[in-house]
Design a protein around this ligand. Structure first.
Ligand code: DAV
Length: 365
């Protein structure tokens, strides 16, 4: 597989129109957002050496080709996403929804987790380059309508970078896809072509924090650096755990200068070393999050109790949090005066993520 250097398309627009893409942090007042959809979601099917890196052993057999998530989980997840979209609209936020896609037919995963695939940085929307085969066509199939609404080639104030076309046989798992592969010592993908999930990056204004993971390689980081708008810098952290997979259960910036982190995944001195966090207050979440899976809720096939940190901020005083995470809600209220807006989301969690994963903020400020 090869990435043609010239494949990123630049689409632009004039400054006089209301901005359709303009967000570079996680906490400024949310104005426009994509909220995913869950119908026809299927377990992502990738080589076993990769799935083993982030799926509890008891669920591994579910992660086979063309295996839909249980219908009642998908139905409830869809209701939760629709409800979340309604609540966002009630708060005056413009909400975009993707097209319904038959993921079973296409051998895909879901339309519920757009955070992994799209990254807004200032006036630029960047499509990720997934490592996973089952996610290669996710944006093309589910999100093309939204991207064309956002893309007006005649003008020049914002840009959309489409995923480069990858040609030939994919080499991303070469040398890794073997029975004795140990994901605690080695990444499940190689560096033979760029790969990154947008959810491995967190925006703090002009600074972005990211990580290499089982979904993101160095070439993916280099690609992202090359397409970032001018004036943005990207620093990498090294989490403490081997099964690292997306940064949005590791750190949660609640407002400018205030970040909560997951002490099981990252050490404070690793964060303290970043230029991006100079002068920031860093707080380890001090409680052990409750397990959202059975008997407390539906099966959690591919995400941990740390989804509690996977919130979406409405602004720097309000954040969407799963309705059962009342301890977390109480902690942020008491400690920082930040109000949790509690909504049901446990079935979206089952499909792989929470409010942050299920959204892409397009305009803040
Ligand atoms: O720690 O549970 C979740 C990944 C969300 N995109 C975790 C990883």
């Amino acid at each position: 597989m090869r990435v043609p250097a010239s494949s990123a398309s630049t689409i632009s627009r004039a400054a006089s129109k209301p901005k359709l893409i303009d967000a570079d942090d996680e906490w400024s007042p949310l104005k426009a957002v994509i909220v995913g959809r869950a119908e026809h979601s299927c377990f992502p099917s990738e080589p076993r050496h990769l799935t083993r890196a982030f799926v509890p052993p008891r669920y591994l057999d579910e992660f086979r080709p063309h295996n839909p998530f249980p219908a009642e989980i998908v139905d409830d997840a869809q209701w939760e996403l629709d409800n979340f979209a309604d609540v966002l609209r009630q708060h005056g936020v413009t909400v975009y929804r993707p097209d319904e896609v038959d993921w079973l037919k296409h051998g895909g995963y879901t339309g519920a987790m757009p955070r992994d695939r799209l990254l807004t940085v200032g006036n630029t929307l960047i499509e990720s380059i997934p490592a996973w085969q089952c996610r290669q066509r996710e944006i093309e199939l589910g999100f093309s309508t939204i991207l064309s609404q956002l893309s007006h080639p005649e003008e020049a104030a914002w840009r959309v970078f489409r995923q480069p076309t990858l040609h030939g046989r994919d080499t991303i798992y070469d040398g890794k896809d073997r029975d004795d592969f140990d994901s605690t010592r080695d990444w499940a993908i190689n560096n033979s072509r760029p790969a990154f999930d947008a959810a491995d990056f967190m925006r703090l204004g002009k600074h972005i924090i990211g990580q290499i993971s089982h979904a993101t390689n160095q070439k993916g980081v280099d690609y992202l650096r090359a397409v970032l708008p001018e004036g943005y810098t990207l620093e990498l952290i090294k989490p403490d755990i081997p099964n690292v997979f997306h940064i949005d259960t590791t750190i949660l910036p609640l407002r400018k200068g205030l970040l909560v982190y997951n002490p099981q995944y990252i050490r404070e001195d690793e964060l303290r070393g970043l230029k991006a966090l100079e002068g920031w207050q860093l707080h380890a979440y001090p409680l052990w999050p409750r397990d959202p899976g059975p008997p407390n809720g539906p099966e959690q096939y591919m995400a941990s109790r740390w989804l509690v940190l996977n919130g979406l901020s409405l602004d720097d005083k309000h954040i969407f949090v799963e309705e059962k995470a009342t301890e977390f809600a109480g902690w942020i209220k008491e400690k920082f005066g930040i109000e949790a807006i509690l909504l049901p989301f446990a079935h979206v969690n089952s499909i792989g993520g929470s409010f942050h994963c299920a959204t892409v903020d397009l305009v803040r400020g």
